[in-house]
Write a protein that binds this ligand. Structure first.
Ligand SMILES: CC(C)(COP(=O)(O)OP(=O)(O)OC[C@H]1O[C@@H](n2cnc3c(N)ncnc32)[C@H](O)[C@@H]1OP(=O)(O)O)[C@@H](O)C(=O)NCCC(=O)NCCS
Length: 205
């Protein structure tokens, strides 16, 4: 049985049916489906996030995905392997920081169905167990209720407010800084009994 992360080139037909969603890296063959989803979601994503909507940006995204400081993850549906959305861990910093920024967006047609809530759990499992990060930070505009609910629901804490922090859609926008540490994530899962066992593997932390 395969875990929630499917390696490039692996047979996605073997993905476990126990989970509605899984994560995998983007590949060139995803271009048409991914761009179709992101183009159809453009107004839904605005002004909260930007996503690749043309071939040039998709190529840049694939290039980023090859870098050691960037983890590109497509969220896919187990039953039909449809691409639902994406998560990116960017600016992965090693040494004494072991930290990354998390960005995400769902395709409009798949929004509000709980897929991202399930997906973010897989992302954190990957961030803390596979990538061995210590901290994941998400910067969210104060009015983005869905994103705040998603981060908060996954255990992120609000750390502060950063005025005119990120330029999105041509404007510098205020953001709230939300973060989760590996210790908090472990405690949360120990308490909630959401994950079984105590081993440090990706499938059963
Ligand atoms: C943020 C986003 C990824 C959430 O996706 P989604 O499909 O709604 O997520 P889910 O269905 O898994 O729901 C996640 C949580 O958000 C809540 N939620 C969803 N839409 C909401 C809304 N419009 N208002 C308030 N809460 C909302 C859900 O109730 C759920 O919370 P719960 O677990 O406490 O019930 C999606 O809205 C999106 O892509 N937005 C545009 C891009 C974006 O904002 N990216 C993040 C930038 S920081």
């Amino acid at each position: 049985m395969r875990g929630p992360w499917v390696s490039p080139g692996a047979d996605t037909r073997a993905v476990s049916a126990e989970s509605r969603v899984y994560l995998r890296a983007p590949v060139r063959a995803d271009q048409a489906e991914f761009l179709g989803l992101m183009r159809a979601s453009r107004s839904f994503h605005r002004p909260w996030a930007t996503a690749p909507t043309d071939e040039e940006r998709f190529s840049a995204y694939l290039g980023d995905a090859q870098r050691p400081d960037f983890e590109a993850m497509l969220l896919c549906r187990t039953v039909d392997h449809a691409i639902l959305g994406f998560f990116n861990l960017s600016q992965i910093t090693r040494r004494s920081l072991q930290s990354a920024y998390l960005g995400y967006a769902v395709g409009k047609q798949f929004a509000g169905k709980g897929y991202m809530r399930e997906g973010i759990e897989l992302v954190l499992r990957r961030a803390f167990l596979t990538l061995r990060l210590h901290r994941v930070e998400a910067n969210i505009q104060p009015g983005n209720r869905a994103s705040i609910a998603l981060a908060k629901g996954a255990g992120f804490r609000r750390e502060g407010f950063s005025p005119r922090y990120l330029k999105i859609g041509g404007r510098w926008r205020d953001h709230e800084r939300w973060a989760i540490l590996v210790e908090e994530w472990r405690e949360r899962h120990a308490e909630g009994r959401m994950l079984e066992g105590a081993g440090a593997t990706e499938n059963s932390p």
